[in-house]
Design a protein around this ligand. Structure first.
Ligand SMILES: Cc1cc2nc3c(=O)[nH]c(=O)nc-3n(C[C@H](O)[C@H](O)[C@H](O)COP(=O)(O)OP(=O)(O)OC[C@H]3O[C@@H](n4cnc5c(N)ncnc54)[C@H](O)[C@@H]3O)c2cc1C
Length: 471
């Protein structure tokens, strides 16, 4: 019998296996598909490669502004997909984690097909592989939610982008969360006529309201039809050139059609095929595995980490989860995940990102100051011709600590990393205002916005008043 079996080789599973082996446990990592999981093979890495291509197209369109003459960019989608495959392979090849896993003696079983519990300590895979262990860590991630409406099989998910042979002339994107917004933005840049449908009142509902509004406006400005609060889907049906979505609102029926309909309406747990009940592992109503602060499931010898637990579904969180779950599985429940500053963002056009509380959430529990600096007032954005966007900083009036930062515009995701460090360090806003950030940079906007907040709080900021004119 092994000490630890980890199921799923995404970021959570890889880290869990690595940590367990590092602590001296005899460990096996078993995964349905390839090493790396969704992050490497179907999520961030390939999608962000497409987003980079979209960025190159918009940068190419700027060349004439700087006196550089080239012809209008045109996209060879087949070549782009080949590049995506190159990137995915390269990332996999250079994964230091793979080397470490191998050098620590973890036995990795890839392409095993789905694994499931046959009893609380035994795992069996479709390939016939059967393993037993004292402790088991479930890291099987999630999958796109399917809708139970007629004709749903005519729709696609973001993963189907890899199977397309050309850019569809038109596209319906259903779901205005992070994945839907990313798909809409990329394919709009590639030349598809995109309609983005959001059932709720605003796209990007997890973002600060000003961010949602700014991204929706910018999307509309770039030609995407954004339909918020569109009603309820009744069905999908085939048309000679693609697919039609029938929907209704307040009794009125409407429809929209396109060559392709991509549905991104949420993320469900990959738990259905695991036979969790056999092992006494409880799930919530969406199938996510219930865990305590130690990432222990309702079966004390079984742990879970990453997307399968249904919390913040991001790579850095999956990695931390994997570490915590394996540490506790091998040494006993000792470490928990604290409250953390977790930056979240997306590489749409325009980019957006956040860390900490939104303004509305912060106002529920704190007396706050919200300072905003617009991108059209900073030197670097003017130099680069990227003046759409803003940076908003939320500060607690009582402690002067930074509670949240929300950015729309070029390099929003990178700017927010710096804000995350300030929040994690518990910095006061006037201290942030006095850090001499490089000029002219995108991150420099943080100095400006911090100085603005400090002024509203009547805090002395010795030199930022002058720096503010520069940045
Ligand atoms: C389009 C898209 C873009 C994203 N972009 C970002 C981003 O920019 N930044 C970011 O931080 N996050 C991003 N994410 C989220 C990120 O990919 C996930 O949070 C992360 O991959 C979760 O890691 P995980 O290890 O929990 O699961 P996964 O990466 O999903 O890995 C799960 C593994 O389990 C295996 N598995 C599943 N069921 C079984 C079974 N029964 N038996 C054996 N093996 C099984 C799967 O084959 C897979 O290898 C994105 C997600 C999507 C969909």
């Amino acid at each position: 019998m092994l000490d630890v079996i980890v199921i799923g080789a995404g970021p959570a599973g890889v880290l869990a296996a690595l940590r367990a082996a590092d602590l001296g446990a005899r460990t096996a990592l078993i995964t349905r598909d390839e090493f790396g999981g969704m992050a490497a093979n179907d999520g961030p890495v390939p999608v962000r490669t497409l987003a980079h291509a979209a960025r190159l197209i918009r940068e190419a369109r700027q060349l004439s502004l700087y006196g550089i003459a080239v012809s209008e960019p045109s996209l060879d989608y087949t070549r782009l997909l080949a590049r995506v495959r190159e990137v995915v392979n390269d990332v996999r090849k250079h994964s230091a984690l793979r080397e470490q896993i191998d050098s620590l003696g973890v036995t990795v079983y890839e392409q095993t097909g789905s694994a499931r519990f046959v009893d609380p300590h035994t795992i069996e895979a479709e390939s016939g592989l059967r393993l037993q262990a004292e402790k088991i860590i479930i890291c099987t991630g999630g999958a796109s939610r399917r809708l139970s409406v007629s004709g749903f099989e005519l729709t696609s998910t973001h993963s189907d982008a890899w199977g397309l042979t050309s850019v569809p002339p038109s596209m319906l994107v259903i779901g205005g969360g992070a994945t839907g917004a990313q798909v809409a933005s990329i394919f709009n840049a590639f030349g598809s006529r995109v309609q983005l449908f959001q059932a709720g009142p605003r796209i990007l509902p997890a973002e600060d309201e000003d961010v949602s509004a700014a991204v929706a406006n910018a999307f509309r400005g770039s030609g995407i039809v954004v339909r918020e609060d569109f009603g309820e889907i009744e069905s999908f049906e085939k048309t000679p050139s693609g697919v039609r979505m029938i929907f209704s609102k307040d009794g009125a029926r409407d429809s929209a059609e396109a060559a392709l309909a991509v549905v991104a309406v949420g993320w469900l747990a990959n738990s259905a095929g695991l036979s969790l009940a056999t092992a006494g592992v409880e799930t919530d109503h969406r199938g996510f595995v219930r865990v305590d602060a130690y990432l222990r499931t309702s079966a004390p010898h079984i742990f879970a980490a990453g997307d399968i637990t249904g919390r913040l579904m991001l790579v850095p969180q999956a990695i931390q989860d994997g570490f915590v779950a394996a540490s506790n599985a091998v040494r006993g429940p000792m470490i928990t995940l604290g409250d953390q500053a977790s930056p979240i963002g997306s590489f749409t056009d325009p980019e957006y990102a956040q860390v900490g509380l939104t303004e509305a959430k912060a106002r529920e529990t704190h007396d706050v100051v919200a300072a905003v600096v617009r991108f059209d007032s900073t030197t670097r954005t003017i130099i680069d011709g990227r003046t759409t966007g803003f940076c908003k900083l939320i500060t607690d009036r009582a402690t002067y600590k930074i509670l949240g930062c929300h950015v729309v515009g070029e390099r929003a995701v990178e700017i927010t990393q710096v804000a995350a460090i300030a929040i994690a360090a518990g910095m006061r806003v006037d201290d942030l205002a006095q850090v001499p950030l490089s000029f002219p940079t995108y991150a420099g906007i943080l100095g400006r916005v911090a100085a603005s907040a400090a002024r509203q709080l009547n805090l002395k900021v010795i030199w930022q008043a002058h720096q503010a004119e520069m940045d």
